[in-house]
Design a binder for this molecule. Structure first.
Ligand code: ATP
Ligand code: MG
Ligand code: MG
Length: 347
């Protein structure tokens, strides 16, 4: 069969590789870390740095199409992929890997993020606090995930202790939300878009803890406007594959949080809970195949993450025969590390 190249070696790459294998594709993982849990289930693994042009060119030569499971891949070196299609494209990566870019991009399309300001210097921060006020959150523009690279500023004087390290930041006003939800769509090469049901997402300490489908009615009421924005984003980027937008549900409607140009943790429930999973449809889209039906396969679905140390006693989980246990094969459980997840359908 043809070979799909995946940039990134984590659990998202692993689940993509498993979906690709089921459709008869070979998978080649490219990642900088030696112990890749995606490479464990792939036919081939290139372990090299993101800026290694020679390794990237050799990787591309083996692949019919290249995709990514990690949005922080540096864009410039990807020129080394040459004529092999990168899907979603490099522009999507560029926009979504920078919080400031994505907020501006979404604002231009009519979306509404929390009030935000770029912060590069102490003066910028003072200015941002003056115009936006506290409480708010200072975030690194790049490389953040699972709430890393964020400082909560509950009162203006909290900012006094913040030491700016020179990395570009963005300050955003704190959103008083009633719930969080995500819109996950898949756009095919012919422009067809399908949406999965939106999960209501509960975060703990900045990390996704639990996704529930269907979302409560008051949250679900905000999904149409959020979908409309997500579809605009996908079309404007000529996007191919799965795209995720995270939202806060508020009394004034949906507020955009961030986007991920990839399959998403809040869509893991789709493996058993939808007729076609986010992983399968991503593979179908990048390979130019028709998309599968994203409809719910149950009355309701619950997905919860197994994080850090809670993640070593499987017996109680498996003692309930309705629980689907997913383990990512990570060797060491560190605090805050996603080790696996559990999905449970309500029939
Ligand atoms: P991810 O792993 O989803 O990529 P991340 O590190 O990019 O996470 P965010 O999504 O920006 O982080 O923030 C993590 C969580 O922190 C959010 O899901 C939300 O619960 C909370 N949060 C972030 N920004 C705000 C805000 N402006 N107002 C209120 N809560 C916020
Ligand atoms: Mg993020
Ligand atoms: Mg997030």
């Amino acid at each position: 069969g043809e070979t799909i190249g995946i940039l990134g070696g984590g659990q998202l790459g692993r689940m993509l590789a498993m979906a690709a294998a089921r459709l008869g594709y070979r998978v080649h993982i490219f990642a900088p870390e030696r112990d890749s849990i995606a490479a464990d289930v792939a036919a081939q693994f290139t372990c090299a740095q993101w800026n290694d042009a020679t390794a990237l060119a050799a990787f591309a030569a083996d692949c019919a199409v290249v995709t990514y499971e990690f949005e922080n891949v540096p864009v410039a070196p990807l020129r080394a992929l040459g004529d092999v299609a990168l899907l979603p494209n490099a522009r999507a990566l560029e926009v979504a890997q920078d919080r400031l870019n994505e907020k501006r991009f979404v604002t231009d399309l009519g979306g509404r993020p929390a009030p935000f300001a770029a912060v590069d210097t102490a003066e910028d921060l003072a200015q941002a606090l003056e115009t936006i006020g506290s409480p708010g959150i200072l975030k690194t523009r790049r490389d953040g995930y699972d709430g890393k690279g964020q400082w909560r500023i509950m009162a203006d004087h909290d900012a006094d202790g913040v030491v700016l390290t020179g990395q570009p930041l963005v300050y955003e006003g704190f959103v008083h939300f009633t719930a969080e939800f995500s819109v996950i769509l898949c756009r095919a090469q012919d422009g067809t878009i399908v949406f999965w049901d939106s999960a209501e997402n509960l975060h703990k300490g900045g990390i996704l803890d639990r996704s529930t489908v269907p979302a409560r009615a008051d949250v679900a009421g905000q999904v149409p406007a959020a979908r409309e924005l997500a579809a605009k984003v996908a079309a404007a980027l000529e996007y191919v594959g799965v795209l995720t937008l995270e939202f806060f549900a508020t009394a004034d409607g949906p507020v955009f949080n961030e986007m991920a140009p990839r399959v998403h943790n809040s869509g893991h429930w789709t493996i058993e809970g939808a007729l076609t999973s986010q992983f399968e449809n991503h593979v179908r889209a990048i390979c130019g195949l028709p998309l599968g039906d994203p409809a719910l396969a149950a009355r309701g679905v619950e997905m919860w993450n197994l994080i850090g140390d809670e993640a070593h006693d499987w017996a109680p989980i498996l003692s309930d025969p309705r629980n689907h246990l997913h383990l990512y094969g990570k060797a060491a459980a560190r605090p805050g590390r996603k080790m696996g997840h559990v999905t449970r359908l309500t029939l």
